[in-house]
Design a protein around this ligand. Structure first.
Ligand code: E4P
Length: 218
């Protein structure tokens, strides 16, 4: 499974990329707003740090303007992925933009039928939102399982299943078990995957015993 980071925070992206933990980045209007920075500048900077796909979302809701915005965003760098919402116009824009050779991430997916239509529209990535489904009392990971099963029924589908709206380390595990191709994770959750109390306890014991030996490796 590939790991994308779900943020527009350049310092975080740089640090995680240097650790070799990133295959790509997803941003959205809310994440750009949090940075307080110009979107083109931020996305350009991110594309310089990460070689993999970097999603940048259109702000228009009508087909023609989505196309114009998508094409503008794609000019930022070769690895920009144009993110469009899962609406009729978004799917239409997806078909046109993928036809022009752009990568397209169809976002705000909350049902298996929506994911089927995104694949039909030629989406490079489909982004089902696990956390927001959990928020309304549903089980987000079940949607990942459903989409995986459906996509696997049709080998001609090459849309990649990108599990989004990840809020906890458990969401990452559930997405992996359900067969997501990619998971996009906020930096704090990604770092949290590393943590385990027994790792900390074990390391403390090893260091304490090593000190007692009086030895040094270097
Ligand atoms: C995905 O591409 C979105 O940016 C993101 O995962 C949304 O997550 P949220 O529901 O935590 O805002």
């Amino acid at each position: 499974m590939q790991f994308f980071v779900d943020t527009a925070d350049v310092a975080e992206i740089r640090d995680l990329a240097e650790a070799g933990l990133l295959d790509g980045v997803t941003t959205n209007p809310s994440l750009v707003m949090k940075t307080g920075r110009d979107m083109f500048e931020v996305v350009g900077e991110i594309c310089g740090i990460v070689d993999g796909p970097v999603s940048a979302e259109v702000a228009a809701t009508d087909y023609e303007t989505m196309l114009k915005e998508g094409r503008r965003l794609a000019e930022i760098a070769d690895n920009v992925t144009i993110k469009v919402p899962l609406t009729f116009d978004g799917l239409k824009a997806c078909r046109t933009l993928t036809g022009e050779g752009h990568m397209v991430n169809v976002t705000l997916c909350f049902s298996a039928n929506q994911a089927l239509l995104a694949a039909k529209a030629g989406a490079t990535f489909i982004s089902p939102f696990i956390g927001r489904l959990d928020d309304i009392g549903l089980k987000g990971s079940e949607l990942i399982e459903e989409i995986r099963a459906i996509y696997d029924n049709y080998p001609a589908i090459d849309t990649q299943l990108l599990a989004a709206s990840i809020r906890t380390p458990n969401h990452v595990k559930e997405a992996a078990l359900a067969g997501a191709d990619i998971v996009t994770v906020p930096p704090a959750v990604l770092r949290g995957l590393i943590d385990h109390p027994l790792t900390d306890k074990g390391l403390a014991a090893f260091l304490s015993d090593w000190k007692k030996t009086g030895q040094s490796i270097l």
